[in-house]
Structures are given as structure tokens and as C-alpha cells.
Write a protein that binds this ligand. Sequence first.
Ligand SMILES: Nc1ncnc2c1ncn2[C@@H]1O[C@H](COP(=O)(O)OP(=O)(O)O)[C@@H](O)[C@H]1O
Ligand SMILES: [Mg+2]
Length: 503
Amino acid sequence: MSQVPAIELTGIDKKFGVVHANKNIHLTVAKGSIHGIIGENGAGKSTLMSILYGFYQADTGTISIDGKPVTIRDSQAAIAAGIGMVHQHFMLVENFSVIENLMLGAEGGMLLAKGTAAARAEMKRLASDYGLEVDPDAVVEELPVGLQQRVEILKAMFRGADILILDEPTGVLTPSEADHLFKILGVLRDQGKTVILITHKLREILAITDTVSVMRRGEIVATRKTSETTAEELAELMVGRRVLLQVEKGSAQPGEVYLSVRNLTVKDGRGVTMVDNVSFDVHAGEIVGIAGVAGNGQSELLEAIAGIRKPTAGEIFICGEPVAGIDPAGLRTMGVAHIPEDRHHMGLVLGFEESENSILGYHRDPRYGQGLFLDPEAIRTDASQKIEKYDIRPADCRLKTANFSGGNQQKIVVAREIERDPRLLIIGQPTRGVDIGAIEFIHRRIVETRDQGKAVLLVSVELDEIRSLADRIMVMFAGRVVGEKSPDAGEQTLGLMMAGIAA
Ligand SMILES: Nc1ncnc2c1ncn2[C@@H]1O[C@H](COP(=O)(O)OP(=O)(O)O)[C@@H](O)[C@H]1O
Ligand SMILES: [Mg+2]
């Protein structure tokens, strides 16, 4: 490809106060290619793309499109330069139809120049050229997420984009929706469009990109032809050290039943049934994973078992004892530990020092003090031991918890819950927002917990995570467990179940 690059960024630099989000970025994207940008949370990927799309202005540096320097002051200018963007959170008008959304100008006015008939014809052409089929008259909010995303892509193409940026597009998709998206991206590339795909998922990079750039701490640390790199190399570049990508684990040795759930029904705050008549068991010495697309009742199920949400019907037993209605503190004394999905609201008090969070919920334990009096020295000694064992950084238990990164905050919660030596460990999204170095560590701890004979119930929307950790996989769809599979069940089989298509 000796032609002029579609995009050339030179010396792009951006600071937010003291945070140096982009450092002297040089990036060349070939026309007609799929260029991946991979990096951990906070590496600066979205910032860089926001600069390209005109949401932010770089402090220094230049942007050239098709060899011509451009100034992109706002998204209007980006669209004029032929750039389209599919955001993490869609920017569609939900109660409008697809065609209305397409015709809606960037400033909110209808594009009257193109009449509806012309718009429909154009939409038809885009559908057949790029595989972007959607019913023009469907109301956006009634479409599944995968189709809403397709409307976003259509909208960019409708405005004449030659360059399409997608920022973490698969986070909200089922595996089969993601596959479909990748097919579309392949067609776009083959038709000469340029695609930039931002993701933290190595598998996606290897599956569909031509070239990949790795970002770490605001810098592009490497660019490779995808065919000439490996998952291991990319992971090492992302983290800055070698990481083990595959969890090493032997087969489970299940013992007696620790957790029994029978005909459990749970409603959310609005009275909508989120968990619908669910029954299952978890044995000592096994990890049971619950897979599903976010919002299918997994969170409510976990909250009910953890004593945070009251079930409306059914029973929960821990080692044969009925526990529905017992609060989290009561469950803790029965040997139930909980790593909550939403650590900012339930797992940690960010204004407290690290040592205080390291015993949160367990402060009545006599080892931390007598009666009403806590013993700060004992607490700090205990916290420092966990900091060392879990490699929590910075290694300072007096520091406010808010000053730790997301991955380290998660390790504080994981250390606290696992080190309590629970009988049953329930975990929601153990590695959401956590970088791959810390993921490796947390996964190893979860498997060790199982190998010590504890029962583990794991909910994650990352199917890969469930498949590599769980000994048995249950799939939830629309509040029900639609089936159980072994972890060797193919991704496609599980994906179909997650979409509610096959049981
Ligand atoms: N508007 C903003 N104000 C202050 N800091 C920001 C802003 N946007 C991003 N950051 C910071 O810049 C860094 C890079 O963030 P981002 O580009 O979102 O990373 P990524 O997309 O790779 O996860 C992070 O430390 C983030 O907290
Ligand atoms: Mg981002």
C-alpha cells in the first residue's frame, strides 16, 4: 500500500490537568484497512479518537486526512472530513424510526435537501453494499442493541464517511452480534473504507484487524502487522511485562452442596420480574459460572443470594440452612463472601483509607478490636499483609482508597473477601475495568479458592472469562436459566443460548 494514508497523526499531545492522556502520538492508518488500537483502561485510546472526531482539541500536533492537513474543531468538521464514529453509548434518538435518525442532521435539523424517498433509496443501497440491513421504519428503542449499533454505522455511511471509528463496539453485543459486526467491518474494508477499531480484547484484534497499534500510559508503544504478532506479544506490550493469558486449572473435585437455590424469583425496583423461577446448586470445590448478556437477571440473582435484594418467591439454602431474608452481615458470619459487581457503590468506601476498606463488613471480628473499639494497628498490620500478598499498589494502607486505580481497588475487594476463608464465594464481574495483568492474578486466586474446597458462583458478561474459569456454565436469558453446559461447549452454542435462540 504505497498510497497516501487515510489518516496521519503527528505529535498529538493532550493533558487533562495533571493527567497526560496522549503523549506525542504518531499514527498512520492505511486507506482501506482495519486498524486496531488496543490498550488497557486509561491508556488514552478514547481520548485520541475524541481528538480525531473533534470532541477534544489536542494541545499540540497535527491531523492529516488523505494527505491534507485538517483542523477538526467539532464533530461537524469531522463529518465534513469524512470521519464517522460509533460511540460506546449510542447517540440515536430512541423514539424516532431508523430512517428519521438517518435523516436527522448533525445539528438536530432534518436534512431536507434529501427527501424521504431519496433517503430510503440511499439506505437500500447501503444495505446491499455493506450488509447493513435494518427495517427503515422500526423505532430505534424497540431494536435489539446489535441492530441499534448497525443504525449508528448506517448513519455514518449515510453522511458519506470514508473512515469509521468504533470505540469498544462489542461490549454490549452477544457473540453472534459481534461476529455479524465483524463481517460488516470486513465488507466496509473490502469496499475501500478505513476502519479504526478500539478494543481491549486481544481476540478481536487478532480476528479482524490488518494492523494493530498498542497504547500504554498515553503512548503508542508499538505498531504491528496483525499477521506478524501474537496474543502474548500484544499482552506484554499492553501491560509492560509478560502475562499468562490462559488460566491454568485442573479438573474440579466437587463435594457436598454448599448453595441451593430453589424456584427463586426476584423483582427489580419497578416491580419487573428479573429472575424468574430459577433453581440450581453449587457444590464445594467447583466454580459455577453464569453467562449472559448484561441485563438478563444475573445481577439481581447474585444480589438476592448475597442478601442485598429480597426475593419475591423461592428459597436459598447455605449448607442446608434457609437464608433468604438474612442480610449481608448475617451471611458473612455463615461463611458467605461477596465480591460485588459494582465495587464503587457496594464494595468500597472511596473516602476511607485502604486499611479500613480491607476490613469493611468484617470490623466486628475480634481480631480487629474489642467491643466498640477498633485497633488501628491490628487493622493496618492485617491490611499490609494483604497488600503484599495481592500486590496492591501503591503499597500504602493509609492512603485514601480513591487514590488507587480501578484494578487495585478491585484487588482490595478480592483480597478482603477471599482472605476471609469463606465457604461460598459469590462474584460479580470480577475483572470489569481491570487490566490484564491484574486479571491474570484475580483469576489465579479464584481457581485457588476453588482448589481449597470452596464453592464459587461467578457471574460475568465476559464469555471468555466464564469459559476459562467455570467448571459448569449456566446461561441466563430474560430472567431464566435456559440451559447448562460444560466449559468445552463452543462459543457459538453458548452465544445462541445467550441470545435466547436455542436452549
Ligand atoms: N475529560 C477528561 N477529563 C479528565 N481526565 C480525563 C478525561 N478524559 C479522559 N481522562 C483521563 O485520561 C486518561 C485516558 O483516558 P481514556 O482516553 O478514556 O482511556 P481509554 O479509552 O484507553 O480507556 C485516563 O487517565 C482518564 O482518566
Ligand atoms: Mg475508552
